[in-house]
Design a protein around this ligand. Structure first.
Ligand SMILES: NC(=O)c1ccc[n+]([C@@H]2O[C@H](COP(=O)([O-])OP(=O)(O)OC[C@H]3O[C@@H](n4cnc5c(N)ncnc54)[C@H](OP(=O)(O)O)[C@@H]3O)[C@@H](O)[C@H]2O)c1
Length: 259
């Protein structure tokens, strides 16, 4: 069903999603292209291997049938050269318009407990889940801030831009009653701290930064909501973002979560 309430002339004008090969990233692409009355003007989707992202490539048909410019870009998030290449490709296509939303979605997930966790697991997970989102945010800072128009008093006069770090409630310190999952939990907790730091550092650029848990808060009786459902709520929530949200940690539908 098409959601005609979500407008794409503001904060959803030009969107970049990292890690769209499968899962949530792919669902967000799908919803932005076929779930909205008017898709974003620009949609950039990354995957680390262009030869294996056939589901993503299938959306290319929309390049011609709708006015959205869709581009699929190769990005291994732990590689500086790849990040630089994506920055230049996006900058070139946007031609000065600026990027309105960056969604840091890529993850690695190892379920190691206290007895099994290793240095390798911790380092690998932190690289992808915590360090890369920081490096990517820094690399896109200037393109994001060029979407935001500041008037002579440095007040935002057009729309904000946003960085959405896809986190997890498993990274919430206050929610953790069970322990375990050291690499994943600690990398997402650290990502939440990165969100907080970025929100302070980028506030004057008009860039909102949030952490977002993309599913319902786990309840042993019901399983997690499917991404086909939560993707639409995530996009709807992003369309409502303003500076009052910056630095916060939210579920897919905008409910605040304790850090
Ligand atoms: N699944 C859940 O229940 C759940 C719950 C809470 C939060 N989350 C968060 O939601 C986000 C999406 O989760 P998901 O379930 O869609 O995950 P997923 O199915 O495991 O997909 C992860 C995506 O990240 C990409 N990726 C992993 N490492 C990468 C790297 N080094 N460079 C570039 N891309 C990389 C993967 O690409 P490849 O296909 O090439 O591996 C894939 O496209 C994650 O941040 C996750 O932590 C998930």
């Amino acid at each position: 069903m098409v959601d005609s309430d979500i407008k794409t002339d503001g904060i959803l004008y030009s969107v970049l999603i990292i890690g769209c090969n499968r899962g949530l990233g792919l669902e967000l692409v799908r919803f932005l292209l076929i779930g909205l009355k008017k898709p974003p003007q620009y949609l950039f989707a990354t995957c680390r291997d262009l030869d294996t992202c056939s589901a993503l490539k299938a959306y290319n048909v929309f390049w011609n049938s709708r006015k959205t410019k869709v581009k699929i870009l190769q990005l291994e998030v732990n590689n500086d050269d790849d990040i630089a290449n994506v920055v230049s490709a996006v900058e070139q296509d946007l031609d000065g318009v600026g990027l309105s939303v960056l969604i840091n979605n890529a993850e690695t997930h190892t379920r190691k407990d206290l007895d099994t966790v290793s240095w390798v697991d911790m380092k690998k997970t932190f690289e992808t889940n915590t360090i890369s989102p920081i490096m990517i945010a820094r690399a896109f800072r200037s393109i994001l801030s060029s979407f935001v128009l500041l008037d002579s008093n440095k007040v935002v006069s057009k729309s904000y831009a946003a960085i959405v770090n896809i986190s997890s409630v498993l990274g919430s310190i206050s929610n953790n009653k069970e322990g375990g999952m050291y690499p994943y939990r600690t990398s997402k907790t650290a990502l939440n701290m990165a969100t907080k730091c970025l929100s302070a550092d980028l506030k004057d650029n008009g860039i909102i930064v949030i952490s977002l848990h993309p599913r319902n808060i786990p309840n042993k009786l019901e399983g997690p909501l499917p991404y086909s459902f939560t993707a639409s709520h995530i996009i709807k929530f992003i369309s409502t973002l303003d500076m009052t949200h910056t630095g916060g940690f939210y579920t897919y539908n905008g409910t605040l979560i304790q850090f």
